[in-house]
Design a protein around this ligand. Structure first.
Ligand SMILES: Cc1ncc(COP(=O)(O)O)c(C=O)c1O
Length: 344
């Protein structure tokens, strides 16, 4: 692997417009000795992107640095976005908008009955940051998209300059944020004298797209195994490749990825997106009690439950390590899932 490629990737990322929002960069890469020994498999290291800062941190901090710069460069006064009621993206977006003095409208989709009954976790924080929050009556995604489009139109009719993040032509910015995380991981593992074979994370699109882009560009042999938080969507492999290739083009990186280069498993989701699994809740408890670390109920706990399962069933042996687990954050949602977490 050439250090020239590292320098080139660094330089390419440094040319992108960016608004600094992260409190720490690079985020630490830490060993988890007690969890590793408890599981009796390969040594596990954790990339602490939960420590990025911006309202409890998480993977969106890096992404928002590029997305908010794009919004600023396009003259945005108002941002409109929609996701689930306990969305981490919306929580961090709300904090970023507060910091930058931008108005934010969030159209949220309930996932569980309790989403109508209490304002907790990420939802509470979005309101605290002053976002205009609408909670829809049901989880109908096409209807959510219609209401987002209508909100954008209404604001535009009022003469406001509106920005919608993560559109097809800008979503690669979020991916590029994770090419940077890949660069950090490559440099940190070298400094620590370890040579990981696998990188586990919870991912649906941008995070994995960027990580694979970064690692492939740098010629690193680490394999990325994404664990999906979402039940369906066979199109995610094509979408990851599209995001990675659009990002590579934007940053001037001479690489092209195919959908077949992405490994993403949706068998640890359980009932559906946003509903905790028994194995995920066990993972939250195990990591909390062995390492004093928090996972979240929707994303990282399901990815950790996959890693635990792969070790326990022998899919990953001691020689398959070391493993890096990317902590993408999200644990402020724990408070919105208190009943599940207490019963765990
Ligand atoms: C904590 C956490 N982990 C992982 C993900 C997945 O990120 P991506 O959509 O980039 O795959 C999300 C997305 O919302 C998240 O909030």
């Amino acid at each position: 692997m050439s250090r020239d490629r590292e320098q080139h990737l660094r330089a390419a990322l440094d040319t992108l417009p960016r608004i600094p929002l992260a409190s720490i960069r690079p985020t630490p890469l830490e060993h988890l000795p007690r969890l590793s020994s408890e599981l009796g498999g390969p040594e596990i290291y954790i990339k602490r992107d939960d420590l990025t800062g911006l309202a409890f941190g998480g993977n969106k901090t890096r992404m928002l640095e590029f997305a908010m710069a794009d919004a600023r460069d396009k003259g945005a006064e108002v941002i409109v976005f929609g996701a689930a009621v306990q969305s981490n993206y919306c929580r961090q977006m709300a904090a970023a908008c507060a910091r930058l003095g931008l108005e934010l409208h969030l159209i949220l989709r309930p996932v569980r009955p309790i989403d109508h009954e209490e304002v907790q976790g990420n939802h509470l924080l979005m309101r605290l940051f002053g976002a205009h929050v609408t909670v829809l009556s049901d989880a109908d995604r096409p209807r959510q998209q219609e209401i987002i489009a209508a909100t954008v139109q209404r604001l535009r009719d009022e003469g406001r300059t509106v920005y919608r993040p993560r559109e097809d032509d800008t979503v690669d910015l979020d991916g590029l944020a994770y090419a940077e995380s890949a660069l950090e991981i490559v440099q940190q593992t070298r400094e620590m004298g370890i040579d990981p074979k696998w990188l586990y994370l919870c991912a649906l699109d941008t995070t994995q797209a960027g990580l694979v882009l970064g690692l492939q560009y740098l010629g690193h042999s680490m394999q990325v195994r994404g664990i999906s938080p979402f039940e369906g969507w066979e199109g995610r492999f094509d979408e990851m490749a599209r995001i990675a290739n659009q990002g590579a083009q934007r940053a001037g990186l001479d690489i092209h990825l195919e959908a077949s280069q992405f490994d993403n498993d949706n068998t640890y989701v359980g009932e559906r997106y946003g509903v905790p699994t028994p194995a995920g809740l066990e993972a939250i408890r195990l990591v909390a009690r062995s390492e004093g670390l928090l996972l979240d109920p929707v994303y990282t706990s399901k990815a950790m439950s996959a890693l635990i399962d792969h070790i326990r069933t022998g899919k990953l042996g001691k020689d398959d390590g070391p493993i890096v687990f990317l902590h993408t954050g999200g644990y402020s949602a724990l408070f919105g899932y208190a009943t599940d977490v207490i019963e765990a």
